[in-house]
Design a protein around this ligand. Structure first.
Ligand SMILES: Cc1ncc(COP(=O)(O)O)c(C=O)c1O
Length: 389
């Protein structure tokens, strides 16, 4: 049975061109990019080309791109790099309650080292409050780090407005764009953003490679991965040449595909429409107006999200939940919790995240399978409302 994969915010399939790029490097390019001989130099050329492709997707200069082992390292680099590079103990960082753990956990580490961290609240649609941001900036604020798109709800923060507020106060601004890069256009040069994180495997590239954009003129950061003088001494370690080449190719493909954005958005809207026509008691979590074109976080009254996930999986549809079981944390989704969603609703939620390869036929089939799975799993007084007549 072919799976209908609707979990692209977790990871995406490799584009065939990316697979070709990665395998050809693994097969034919064994050089170390730091070697002076021609074998090494040809590996260096591949990295330079990839740096241009990544920079071009973001609309920045190649010299502003630092390759990392993924989005997690890029976020760690921004947070720890600024705090430990510029800060004195007691320095202040502002982030939000709905960030990815790769932002929240370095913040916790920094608190243990004596830094002060404010985590902005969000409203019921998952949006931060700009007044709260403005009010919490102080003389000692070193960095504001706010995500561009939330992985669980797809909600987009207005990073332009947030970055302006930080810039007016002379505070560096970092955004985690791991979920938005490649899904919506990003012209970073025109945004008040000093640092931005992206990850290859979220845009049809390989796992284990990403980048931090560091605006020219940014202060020197502490480097959490130090070793050799790779990446202009900003990140040590022999480069993942095949991964970086694949990342570059994935960014090139994403740059060429503006039409795809509207296709994905309409596919997602139609999925919601079909599901709502078939199933009673669906609730949408997050701001439907300002979100990624591919993401829907839906609650199904009277159904356990984890049970529904397993039913869907058995019927050939791959999705995820933000609930305690599937995240493995033992806690309900911190994102939906921060949005004030009651626990029973959080436990009924499923994230659908579509990708470029999904078709209308798949979406129609998935909506029918979903309706059937909701009907089977709905309990008690909700049961008779399972399927609309
Ligand atoms: C918003 C966000 N930031 C960062 C990451 C971490 O990226 P990576 O898996 O490349 O470490 C993820 C991955 O799920 C993410 O969704």
């Amino acid at each position: 049975m072919d799976k209908i994969y609707l979990d692209h915010n977790a990871t995406t399939p490799l584009a065939p061109e990316v697979l070709d790029a990665v395998t050809s490097v693994l097969r034919d390019q064994m050089g170390n990019p730091s070697s002076v001989h021609s074998v090494g130099r040809s590996a260096r050329v591949l990295i330079d080309e990839a740096r241009e492709q990544v920079a071009s997707l973001l609309g920045v200069s190649p010299s502003e791109i630092v390759f990392t082992s993924g989005g997690t390292e890029a976020n760690n680099f921004a947070l720890l790099g600024v705090a430990l590079g510029l800060g004195k103990t007691g320095g202040h960082i502002v982030t939000s309650q709905v960030e990815h753990p790769s932002v929240l956990n370095p913040c916790r580490q920094l608190e243990n080292l004596g830094f002060r961290v404010d985590r902005l609240k969000v409203d019921e649609l998952g949006r931060i409050d700009f007044k709260e941001l403005e009010n919490c900036l102080t003389e000692s604020t070193l960095l504001v780090s706010l995500q561009h798109a939330n992985s669980e709800t797809g909600v987009l923060q207005d990073i332009e407005r947030a970055g302006e507020i930080a810039r007016k106060k002379g505070v560096l601004f970092h955004t985690d764009a791991v979920q938005s890069a490649g899904k919506i256009p990003l012209r970073v040069q025109d945004l008040p953003v000093d640092m931005l994180s992206i990850s290859a495997h979220k845009l049809n590239g390989p796992k284990g490679v990403g980048a931090l954009y560091l605006r020219k003129g940014s202060p020197d950061l502490f480097s959490p991965v130090c070793g050799g003088s790779q990446e202009k001494k900003r990140r040590g370690g022999t480069e993942n040449v095949a991964g970086i080449a694949g990342f570059g190719k994935a960014c090139e493909l994403a740059s060429l595909s503006s039409q795809k954005y509207s296709n994905l958005s309409s596919l997602c809207d139609q999925f919601l429409q079909m599901a709502s026509n078939l199933i009673a008691g669906i609730e949408v979590f997050g701001d439907l107006e300002n979100r990624l074109p591919n993401t829907l976080n839906l609650g199904f009254e009277g159904v356990e999200g984890d049970t529904l996930l397993i039913s869907l999986d058995m019927a050939g549809v791959a999705v995820s939940t933000g609930s305690a079981c599937s995240s493995g944390s033992g806690l309900p989704s911190p994102v939906l919790t921060a949005m004030g969603i009651p626990i029973d609703k959080i436990n009924s939620s499923i994230r659908f995240s579509l990708g470029w390869s999904n078709t209308m036929a798949e979406i129609e089939k998935a909506a029918k399978i979903l309706a059937e799975a909701v009907s089977v799993n709905r309990t008690g007084t909700h049961a008779e409302r399972a399927i609309k007549t």
